[in-house]
Design a protein around this ligand. Structure first.
Ligand code: TYD
Length: 397
């Protein structure tokens, strides 16, 4: 039997993958925090219930013989000596031996690291201490936020497990001990999210890292002077005023003096950006694009700017967003694609320009949402097969 213990898309997608490979002898252990509702990550509990996969407690799986135990963002410390099996593995979101413990999307950014990565390792007694099986490194880009790094961990973690799953299943794992001299650890109290403050007595780069490390819209945004902020731009102006002085406040940004260079800190404008997309205000949107606002960001429903523009048939906005490089297949938190959103406008107005543009720029038509339904399923459900054929013909016009 294979047990997947954990949460989020990594636990869901690996369980899904095992099922696709034909494994039926699967059970899951859930995190206590999983409330069964999809958010920016899918709920593993909801998935397991939907697919009728047996849900067990950790105490129950300890006693299963011939078990493979895979911990994927599992939030309990497991006791390897209690298992009847030796095949117990974890994916840790860092390049072990560095960044053992928690907040591994926060600390590498805060510390100005240029890269981080994921580690597949055996679970030993202790926190993230077991022998290393494999690692995959990725870059932390200069504008990456905590959420970007976390989503990369999920993506690279899924790929690493898929790569090593055949070896895990055949019990052909080779591993090596962790080096002691490079090991670091951050515990539960190393970040206090209830009392976030940005220390403005820092270099421009330091403040930038503090802000990026806290930007995770689904949890919080950092604040300066009572206003939520999302990103910074380091100017070439040498700071002459006392560090931390607010030199200028404009509607969407502050200019702040620091230990070295003046810094532009931009205020959160995401709801306004979605409004501009709804209304088709592409010229006004341009200022936000040019000033570094994240056009792939998502609100609490997972709506991106392109989803909102597509739903309202705002062709010019969709075009501008695509030219800027946004992802045309990024879904909302139910797996609904921009093209699925665009179809209603197309049918109600018989204006297929936005649909055609999305398709031409790489929007997938066979992608399924989390209810396992594709665009075709929805069109056929709502209308009929002829309507889908009509839609399909329009794509190629
Ligand atoms: P979490 O899933 O709790 O895992 P971990 O602490 O082991 O990384 O959190 C994922 C990331 O989300 C974490 O690395 C930092 C960030 N985060 C916040 O920004 N705010 C919060 O309140 C929490 C709990 C996490």
């Amino acid at each position: 039997m294979i047990c997947i213990a954990g949460k989020n898309n990594i636990a869901v997608e690996i369980t899904e993958y095992l099922q696709v490979l034909g494994y039926t002898n699967i059970c899951v252990v859930l995190n206590s925090t999983d409330d069964g509702v999809d958010s920016f990550q899918r709920s593993f509990k909801k998935y397991a219930l939907q697919k009728n996969i047996p849900i067990k407690t950790l105490e129950e799986v300890y006693k299963i013989k011939d078990l493979i135990f895979l911990s994927l963002e599992f939030n309990k410390i497991v006791a390897p000596e209690k298992f009847l099996t030796k095949q117990i593995y974890n994916i840790h979101f860092s390049l072990l031996p560095k960044y053992k413990g928690m907040y591994t999307s926060y600390w590498p950014i805060r510390n100005g690291e240029k890269t981080t990565g994921v580690t597949l390792h055996r679970i030993a007694k202790g926190i993230d201490t077991g022998d290393i099986i494999a690692q995959e490194e990725f870059e932390i880009e200069i504008f990456d936020t905590c959420k970007d790094v976390y989503l990369n961990y999920i993506k690279y973690g899924i790929a690493l497990i898929k790569k090593y799953l055949p070896k895990i299943l055949r019990n052909e794992i080779i591993c090596k001990p962790q080096k002691s001299n490079e090991s670091t650890y951050y515990g539960r109290n190393s970040v206090n999210y209830q009392d976030i403050c940005i220390d403005l007595i820092d270099t421009a780069n330091g403040i930038n890292n503090q802000i990026r490390a806290l930007v995770f819209r689904d949890f919080q945004l950092p604040q300066i002077n009572g206003k939520k902020v999302t990103h910074c731009l380091i100017t070439e102006e040498v700071s002459k005023e006392k560090p931390g002085t607010i030199l200028e406040e404009q509607k969407w940004y502050y200019k702040i003096s620091t230990i070295d260079y003046n810094l532009l800190v931009y205020k959160d404008a995401f709801e306004y950006i979605l409004e501009l997309c709804r209304l088709g205000e592409s010229e006004k949107l341009q200022w936000f694009i040019e000033n570094g606002y994240n056009m792939n960001d998502q609100n609490s429903k997972g709506w991106t700017p392109i989803i909102v523009a597509a739903y309202h048939g705002q062709y010019e906005v969709v075009k501008r967003l695509i030219e800027h490089g946004v992802c045309v297949n990024k879904t909302n938190y139910n797996g609904t694609t921009p093209l699925m959103y665009a179809k209603d406008y197309a049918f109600s107005t018989n204006d297929f320009k936005t649909v055609q543009l999305l398709f031409k720029c790489g929007a997938g038509i066979s992608q399924k949402d989390y209810n396992n339904k594709s665009l075709k399923d929805y069109i056929c459900e709502q209308y009929d097969d002829d309507k889908f054929n009509y839609f399909f013909d329009k794509l190629y016009q």
